[in-house]
Design a protein around this ligand. Structure first.
Ligand code: NAD
Length: 423
């Protein structure tokens, strides 16, 4: 199927990104010519990857890598395996990586990759052949100093290990820093697995303090129970917050008395489907009902376009901390703002992952590995400083934290672009 034939979803994350970009550029007074440069990705690579399936047939998978910008450093961004992957989504995710790295002040540009596939229905061997095929196809795109992938939805440490191995074979030596989110024994960093969820927790803690919400008196609902959602839920629970709702692809689970996150984690780890399907720790609700449950803090940590003009007015939370990328459509922003809900935007709230990916890459380049305590301490500091900076920017420009985060990012990338002047 050609890209242009793919049916676009009702909301387009690229459009949502552009609406926020334009608003921030207007407030900041960003030169229109620089804005034009920053709106377009530097490079879009589309590959077709033939894979021999276990039954002997050959299937061809479409894969993407979008390099949005390399103005602040090598491009950085995860790889997503999902049937919903489409080019506009990857372009939006790549641009968000540029803004995210700038918001937390790490020396990277932005990129994102994706393969249209259903990883849950594929065997380990099929996934390995697909991942190696994608790496081979991207051998001139990836590089320690040019473009550094990482995990995203549907990928994790094992896929990163295959990428490192395949890329190192092609180069003829181990290139530890070509990918992050690796297993510890292959140059991974302590603290990387929990980094995104930990950053979400630090953001939630900072925002609750600003709003005067006491964690021990607060309730929270988390959408998505994968890497980001489950770890966010666990660490927010450790602050003393009662987690009253969780969900994953199997649906939502609500318990006003509180859900024990450790038992939910154990349930998923031991379940055949690796999901919450059949979890008895809460009554079943739909994923859309979950978002409008009564709570103080809502953490969407599953996927894009979950909070829309259709449900934004029904949301009861006082605070939304975006663990996922693009969970709120641009059209829902004004509704949430009008309701007085504080939204800690994705490009700030989930930046803990890329921050520790950067630490992993630094450790790979140094050949010297940090303690977990050091990783957490430095990442927490980065997240707290970024939160305070965005909060102060929002106050200065009398705007939302989302637009403020874009202002911080556009200011940094725009002024670098001006100084470099490479066009
Ligand atoms: P994951 O694959 O580990 O988990 C995704 C979770 O969402 C799963 O529990 C899945 O069942 C659930 N889910 C899928 N569709 C759903 C639906 N329709 N309703 C409710 N739940 C649904 O992925 P992840 O790495 O946790 O990523 C989640 C989000 O966080 C994505 O938007 C991703 O881009 C973003 N993110 C991830 C990282 C990271 O380090 N992994 C960093 C920054 C941002």
């Amino acid at each position: 199927m050609s890209v242009s034939n793919i049916q676009m979803p009702q909301y387009n994350p690229l459009e949502s990104m552009m609406i926020r970009f334009n608003e921030a550029a207007r407030i900041l007074g960003l030169d229109e010519q620089f804005a034009t440069v920053l709106k377009a990705p530097d490079k879009v690579v589309i590959v077709n990857i033939p894979v021999t399936m276990d039954d002997g047939t050959i299937r061809v998978f479409e894969g993407y890598r979008v390099i949005h910008s390399v103005h602040l450093g090598p491009s950085k961004g995860g790889i997503r395996y999902s049937m919903d992957v489409h080019l506009d989504e990857v372009k939006a995710l790549a641009a968000w990586m540029t803004w995210k790295c700038a918001v937390v002040n790490i020396p990277y540009g932005g990129a994102k990759g994706g393969i249209k596939c259903d990883p849950r229905s594929m065997s380990r061997g099929e996934l390995e052949r697909l991942t190696r095929g994608y790496t081979l196809a991207m051998k001139d795109v990836f590089g320690e100093d040019s473009d550094i992938p990482a995990p995203d939805m549907g990928t994790g440490q094992q896929e990163m290990a295959w990428i490192l191995d395949e890329y190192s074979k092609i180069r003829g030596h181990n290139s530890w820093g070509v990918v992050t989110g690796k297993p510890l024994v292959m140059g991974g960093s302590l603290g990387r697995v929990e980094a995104t969820g930990r950053g979400v927790m630090v953001s939630a803690r900072s925002a609750m303090a600003r709003l005067g919400i006491k964690p021990t008196e607060a309730t929270c609902v988390v959408q998505g129970f994968g890497n980001v959602g489950s770890i966010s839920a666990k660490l927010i629970e450790e602050l003393g917050v009662k987690i009253v709702g969780i969900s994953d692809i199997s649906g939502g689970y609500y318990n006003p008395g509180g859900i024990d996150i450790q038992s939910a984690l154990s349930y998923v780890a031991n379940s055949e489907t690796r999901s919450l399907e059949g979890f008895a720790g809460g009554s079943k609700v739909s994923n859309s009902e979950l978002l409008t449950l009564p709570c103080d803090v809502l953490v969407p940590a599953a996927m894009e376009d979950q909070i829309t003009p259709e449900n934004a007015h029904l949301i009861k939370a006082k605070l939304i901390v975006e663990g996922a990328n693009g969970p709120t459509t641009a059209q829902a922003d004004p509704i949430l703002n009008e309701k007085g809900i504080l939204v800690v935007p994705d490009i700030l709230a989930n930046a803990g992952g890329v921050t520790v990916s950067y630490f992993e890459w630094v450790q790979n380049r140094l050949g010297y590995y940090w303690t977990e305590e050091r990783v957490h301490r430095r990442a927490d500091r980065v997240m707290k400083q970024a939160f305070d900076n965005v909060f102060a920017t929002a106050e200065k420009y009398k705007t939302s934290m989302r637009i403020a985060a874009y202002i911080v990012a556009l200011d940094k990338v725009g002024s670098t672009l001006k100084l470099r002047g490479s066009f």
